[in-house]
Design a protein around this ligand. Structure first.
Ligand SMILES: [Zn+2]
Length: 144
C-alpha cells in the first residue's frame, strides 16, 4: 500500500531555555539554563489521500508560521516586511515540545491519519514526534 506525505522544511529563529539544566550534570548546563538563540529547523510531513496537492505545500508552510506566531511572542529581528522572519520566544519549550505544539496546530487545520514533525536546534539536534490516528480511539502521540 502506498502512503503519500506532503512535506515542508522550514526554519524559524527563536529563543528558549531549559531552567533546570544547571541542576543536571551537563557540560553545557549554564548556557542551556539561560535564554539562548537557535534557528529551529522544522520538518513537517502530513499524510494525504492523493498526490495532487491535497494539501498545498506553500499554504502548509505559511500555516506553520502563522500557528507559531499566534502562540508565541515576537522578539527582536522584526523586519516588518518579512514577519515570518522575526524571532519568537519559545520560553522553556524543548524541540520535542515544539514539535508536539506544531502537531496540535496541524490538527486544528488538517484532517489526516498520520503526521510527523521534527524540530532541530540549528539543524543538528532536537526531536521528532510521530502522530498516527488510532482507529479505535481519538489518536495518540509518540515522541522519539
Ligand atoms: Zn537550546
Amino acid at each position: 500500500m502506498e502512503t503519500i506525505l506532503v512535506v515542508v522544511k522550514t526554519q524559524r529563529g527563536g529563543v528558549h531555555y531549559f531552567p533546570d539544566a544547571d541542576k543536571m550534570d551537563l557540560s553545557h548546563g549554564e548556557y542551556l539554563a539561560h535564554p539562548h538563540h537557535h534557528v529551529f529547523h522544522i520538518e513537517v510531513g502530513i499524510e494525504v489521500v492523493h498526490g495532487n496537492r491535497a494539501i498545498e505545500c506553500h499554504a502548509l508552510e505559511t500555516y506553520i508560521h502563522q500557528w507559531l506566531e499566534a502562540s508565541h511572542e515576537r522578539i527582536g529581528n522584526d523586519r516588518g516586511d518579512m514577519p515570518s522572519q522575526c524571532d519568537l520566544d519559545f520560553k522553556t519549550s524543548s524541540c520535542e515540545q515544539l514539535a508536539e505544539h506544531i502537531i496540535t496546530g496541524l490538527h486544528h487545520k488538517y484532517a489526516t491519519d498520520a503526521m510527523s514533525v521534527m524540530v532541530l536546534e540549528d539543524g543538528v539536534r532536537g526531536g521528532r514526534v510521530y502522530w498516527v490516528k488510532d482507529k479505535e480511539d481519538s489518536g495518540g502521540t509518540t515522541v522519539d
